[in-house]
Design a protein around this ligand. Structure first.
Ligand code: FES
Ligand SMILES: [Fe+2]
Length: 335
């Protein structure tokens, strides 16, 4: 079921670079099929359905700032109105000949975002993505057969890093977690003073301590800021995870890193690295049972180092989230 808590959120549907001017994209958000296409500088996202005979508009083509249905060639302008019916070129176009639902879109951090609500909430932003000192390198999406809250919780799970990612972003010889702080924020919560030992925190080949802050922008969009060298180190690395929930058991994860150092790293190297790390997380998250994230904290076991993930569950519960979560223990997912 989709309620306001998941419906009125911004979800990434594509890298901006992925959307070509002549070809629409087919996407699914919260079970809703969407066509995404470009009309000049405007990006359109509509219900993926031609009003004539219910064909997917994403099978069509884009030409002269219109999207053309593949079946009988009806052409729609960027406002969603049909402007040409090839079988009846002189017919006055019926007013009902229009896109059946038009959604809000936004371009940010190299991604195209869509909100399914008629009154979309304000788009959440991170300072670093508009700071010219940072290089933003959007990547993904990574497909995963898991509920979005499970995917996000994995990103917020701290104590798995030295174990599952031993040798890359963690070291299993330094698995003990020190305490950290979580404070409430209007957007949810913010965690600070998270300390790790990493084999190679900045790509220089030298091991050392790093400090992380974690924050939340939306139920399925979270980020961390990594401080290298010391607690307020000048070198910072930001990573935003934005998850598109296709259905309760399939999600697409976009990773948007931003660096104020490491200018020599190529985009390919950066994307390969995140793909490698996500590849370690994927089988673990896909294996989790129940598939839906339990809202009842008496389910599963929570330790001090799990403080942030239990806070995330409480945040979702307070929001009234009922997509990808379960109140009823180990129920199977039902599509
Ligand atoms: S179904 Fe689209 S034009 Fe007929
Ligand atoms: Fe991980």
């Amino acid at each position: 079921m989709v309620t306001q808590s998941s419906h009125n959120q911004w979800y990434p549907v594509s890298l901006i670079s992925e959307l070509k001017s002549d070809k629409p994209l087919a996407r699914t958000v919260l079970g809703e099929d969407i066509v995404v296409w470009r009309s000049g500088h405007k990006i359109c996202a509509w219900k993926d359905l031609c009003i004539h005979r219910g064909v997917r508009l994403s099978l069509g083509t884009v030409c002269d700032n219109r999207i053309r249905c593949a079946y009988h060639g009806w052409e729609y302008n960027s406002e969603g109105r049909c402007e040409l019916i090839p079988a009846h070129p002189n017919l006055k176009i019926p007013t009902k000949a229009k896109a059946s639902a038009v959604y809000s879109t936004h371009e940010y951090a190299g991604l195209i975002w869509v909100n399914l609500s008629e009154e979309p909430k304000t788009f959440p932003k991170l300072d670093q993505f508009s700071d010219s000192n940072y290089r933003v390198v959007p990547g993904g999406p990574y497909e995963i057969d898991a509920a979005a809250p499970r995917v996000v919780e994995n990103f917020l799970d701290l104590s798995h890093v030295p174990i599952l990612h031993d040798g890359s972003i963690g070291d299993s010889n330094f698995a003990e977690m020190s305490d950290y702080t979580i404070e409430d924020r209007p957007e949810g919560f913010f965690a600070t003073d998270i300390r790790y030992f990493q084999p190679d925190p900045d790509g220089s080949g030298s091991s050392g301590d790093v400090w992380y802050d974690f924050g939340i922008l939306a139920p399925f969009t979270v980020y961390f800021v990594k401080h290298i060298g010391c607690r307020q180190g000048a070198e910072k690395f930001v990573l935003m995870l934005a998850v598109r929930p296709e259905s309760v058991d399939k999600s697409w994860a976009y990773m948007v890193p931003a660096y104020n150092y490491a200018a020599d790293l190529t985009e390919q190297q950066i994307n390969d690295f995140h793909s490698y790390i996500f590849g370690q997380d994927r089988p673990v998250v896909e294996s989790q049972r129940p598939e839906l994230l339990p809202m009842d904290l008496s389910e599963e076991l929570h330790l001090r180092s799990d403080q942030m993930t239990t806070r995330y569950r409480r945040y979702l519960k307070d929001l009234g989230m009922d997509f990808g979560v379960t109140e009823n223990g180990y129920q199977k997912i039902v599509n």
